[in-house]
Design a protein around this ligand. Sequence first.
Ligand code: SAH
Ligand code: SF4
Length: 351
Amino acid sequence: MIDTTNLYDLTHEELVDLLAAWGEPRYRADQLWQWLYQHKATDFASMHTLPAALRDSLAAETRIGGAEVVRKLSSADGETRKYLLQLADGQMIETVLMQYSGVRRTACISTQAGCAMGCVFCATGQMGFARHLTAGEIIEQAVHVARILETEGERLSNVVLMGMGEPFHNYDPTLEAIRRLIDPATMGIGQRHVTVSTIGLVPAIRRFAQEGLQVRLAISLHAATDEERSALLPVNRRYPLDELLAAVRDYIDQTGRRVTFEWALIEGENDSAEEAHRLGKLLKGLLCHLNVIPLNPTGGYRGRPSKPARVDRFVQTVKSYGIPTTVRVRRGIDIHAGCGQLKAAVIEDGG
Ligand code: SAH
Ligand code: SF4
């Protein structure tokens, strides 16, 4: 299986070339693309618009995806499902399906196996970096979730690139996956329903501003001084706050798009009134939105989530600077739905 071509790893042009080498016209590649991304076929036999001989060649030389579900967990309320996927080389990644709002069905997908950024409170950061995912491995997670939803009469409406890994550390495959997500002839997800979250890799944010996309950009901020931010997110030493905010300002100027900042509230660490005032001053006047989420506790970090009263005080203080702020409820805690936490739990049980 390893030596066959994973069709999700091919761009549309590469698929055209592959079939052209077998003497097939371009429209056959278009048909196969539809089977892969619109019908989300799991076998070649069902691809009835393709000639039998082509289906045989495809079955012999290619495969539809390379990820296998090795563990599936559902939260007690049934609103969050988490899949641990094993890739062709044995690496494991996580994909989450969230369906707690009325119409929104959101996939949270990974861009790397592990992560090199080493954020101290993050389960993925605590694992270290294994490797980048290919564009195919990234998009396949969305196809997997969409396929499950479709068997239930639902439709995948939103995708967040907030699973394991730092999307902008794996820039080109991530961009290729985003383009396939939003292409009407591929996954057809609305651009504004796709969110990419970064720890703040400044050159990549500047590059992303030039892509001409309307997908949402989220920045993981978590602290309002360089000293504190560097202690939580080591990458801040390379790209400190003033450089990060300058890049975000330029991004907003160039795209006219609102940016989301993410803030995990950690008791006694970044939840004081003074910190909220500093944050308010930092973001005042910026076209942005702040998402606050009480920390998800992880095995490798002693910090605890802020208590509701401190969350409220923090939010009210930041709001007094005119910054639209939302508190996100922690979802799927019972299934380790936080970033990287299922894989960490599976490694701990030795399973
Ligand atoms: N690497 C990217 C995207 C993946 S992490 C990034 O860091 O932005 C998605 C979000 O989850 C980020 O905002 C990250 O800071 C946050 N996060 C990671 N671990 C967390 C934890 N234990 N509790 C709460 N949020 C966490
Ligand atoms: Fe990587 Fe994001 Fe986790 Fe930091 S928070 S270690 S960048 S996945």
